[in-house]
Design a protein around this ligand. Structure first.
Ligand SMILES: [Zn+2]
Length: 278
């Protein structure tokens, strides 16, 4: 999965540290990221690469995280593709970059960039927010309001009936491959209750024997995915919720299409069932 970057180590501990020339930075403009593309790999800029044209960038940057001994910073300045060799490419490239440490760094940075961009002012008293020097937190000097990065928990449910897995396709989305039942936890709900509610709502089925599989940070949508397998309980007739799904079918293990990519928990869960691992 995209976060599996071993033997490299992702460390998101906050550092109050000024950027050095050899440190890397991530710069976004909407759904694009500044990179140099070479041999189908994404390369991120260092401050040294931009020293001549933009000497002020280290002072305007925000520490994000490190991978091994490489520090990553966020630069909010736009229009940096004036420097030869560098261009903004779609963040969908994070889904196809095969070196996961590159795509994971890029997508985590993108989530943090959205968080910083979307929290300029206090939502309680409307004064400007300032950056904490101790942790990844924004706060309001006027009223004391504090803002931390938002992560929304979401379940991915592999519903099975003997040797068949329930596969779905979403309605009205660009993503056309098979998926599993998925949905956000509501306020006041346990993840187990989310599973029962989402399965009931999306396909009209009951489930039992919930088993935690794995979890996955999914920075594309600010979510923490929780993968759970659940056994059908009783009647197997599917009633699909048409505004959510265009298709939901029971697929025998041997007919499940092999995964085209293994960046997501959903594809890993389908693959694990297909191979008889669960
Ligand atoms: Zn305030």
């Amino acid at each position: 999965m995209i976060q599996d970057i071993e033997p490299r180590i992702f460390n998101n501990a906050f550092k109050n540290k000024k950027a050095e020339p050899h440190d890397l930075f991530l710069a976004y403009d909407g759904d694009t990221v500044l990179v140099r593309e070479d041999k189908e790999k994404l390369w991120y800029p260092s401050f040294a690469d931009f020293k001549e044209e933009y000497p002020e960038l280290p002072d305007e940057s925000q520490f994000l995280f490190s991978i091994d001994d490489i520090n990553y910073y966020l630069v909010e300045k736009k229009g940096l593709d004036t420097v030869p060799g560098w261009s903004y490419v779609t963040t969908n490239r994070f889904r196809t970059e095969l070196k996961y440490w590159r795509s994971f760094a890029g997508v985590v940075g993108w989530q943090l960039n959205r968080w910083y961009e979307n929290h300029r002012f206090c939502s309680r008293c409307s004064k400007e927010l300032v950056h904490s020097q101790k942790e990844r937190m924004l706060y309001c000097k006027a009223c004391g309001f504090q803002v931390y990065p938002v992560i929304s928990p979401c379940v991915i449910v592999g519903v099975y009936n003997g040797d068949k897995l329930l596969l779905t396709k979403y309605a009205g989305r660009a993503y056309r491959r098979f998926a599993l039942i998925a949905g956000f936890a509501e306020i006041g709900e346990t993840l187990e209750q989310t599973v029962h509610r989402e399965v009931q709502e999306e396909v009209g089925l009951k489930v039992k024997n919930l088993q935690f599989y794995k979890s996955q940070p999914w920075p594309f949508t600010d979510t923490l995915l929780v993968g759970i397998f659940a056994e059908l309980d009783g009647e197997d007739t599917i009633t699909i919720q048409e505004d959510e799904l265009s298709l939901a079918v029971w697929v025998p293990r041997e007919d499940i299409p092999p995964a085209e990519s293994n960046i997501s928990l959903t594809s890993e869960m389908m693959e694990a069932f297909r191979k008889g691992l669960v």
